[in-house]
Design a protein around this ligand. Sequence first.
Ligand code: FAD
Length: 316
Amino acid sequence: MKRGGQRVRTAANVHAQFTQADLRAAVAGLRGTVSFQAPLRDYTSFKIGGPADVLVEPADIEDVCLLVQQARARKVPFFVLGGTNLLVRDGGIRGIVISLARLRGIEEEPEFTLYAEGGVGMPTLIGHAIRHSLAGLEWAAGIPGTVAGCVVMNAGTKLGEMKDSIKAVRMVNMKGQVVDVPAARVGFEYRRALLPRGIVVGVWVQLQQGVRSEIGRMVKDYLHSRRDTQPLALPSAGCVFKNPPGDSAGRLIEAAGFKGVRVGDAEVSLKHGNFIVNRGGARAADVIALIGKVRSAIRRRTGVRLDLELKIVGKP
Ligand SMILES: Cc1cc2nc3c(=O)[nH]c(=O)nc-3n(C[C@H](O)[C@H](O)[C@H](O)COP(=O)(O)OP(=O)(O)OC[C@H]3O[C@@H](n4cnc5c(N)ncnc54)[C@H](O)[C@@H]3O)c2cc1C
């Protein structure tokens, strides 16, 4: 994967050398779910992607620690997904893919703080906040990722960013130990958090006392305006490109006449120029070809280089 022109090695694209026995040893004794050759299209909002050698849904944080220790001991790479900002290539992901779908606890803590386990969906956390009359997450209405994925991406909208709401992050580090990292020690950039290496397994969010009906109304309004402007009925991974400074990627793509342009079943949305939607049978290769076309047209017409917000992972 390229970021800012540099090739970045992640567990999902690193050339991994391990045997089937290593893989089995890495996932031995876990209490969570373990599925070999799991089709990742079933785990991504794009509904695209080849298989994971093995997909693990750890039962709890202890299970995450054990998995990290065993995977490291056997030199098997692992990759964590929520699945809503990802394009998994057609060859799938070698090694272990981890979904935190079973880490779904939410706890109320003093001073209007909520602790959410990493696999809690942002919509679920917002629903919980509304029921407890807690304000401060309305800006995130409509972001479909997990709270952990939202931290890692420093997810945001015109109204706010994850960095504005986080008090601290609980992680499992590369030694398989639980560590808590205060927000002040995390560097946040546009759609990126500079965290220690490891897996985010919990997040403390700082909220304020609010009025339940008002918070609910604001969230409803934001969701309505998203429905009007985004292609929510079709599989996608949200915005493909970051907005260039002082402009909007969607506006540039629309002005270049790219709305509705297709490669295979991948289509630049007719509703929002910065979304690519899967019209049914799109392959990752189609999406990547379409991204290439859009990027080079915008570069030619305007000189602007569009950087990816979408993460592209796995083997071609
Ligand atoms: C319809 C739609 C609308 C969207 N709207 C917005 C929007 O308004 N604003 C916005 O910012 N985004 C938006 N998104 C994109 C997406 O929801 C966010 O980027 C979200 O933060 C991704 O969370 P995720 O859990 O799906 O993570 P993924 O997309 O699976 O992963 C993103 C990155 O985080 C890493 N990661 C995920 N979980 C962990 C973990 N537990 N520990 C360590 N690393 C981890 C992954 O390895 C990957 O590198 C939208 C997506 C869709 C489909």
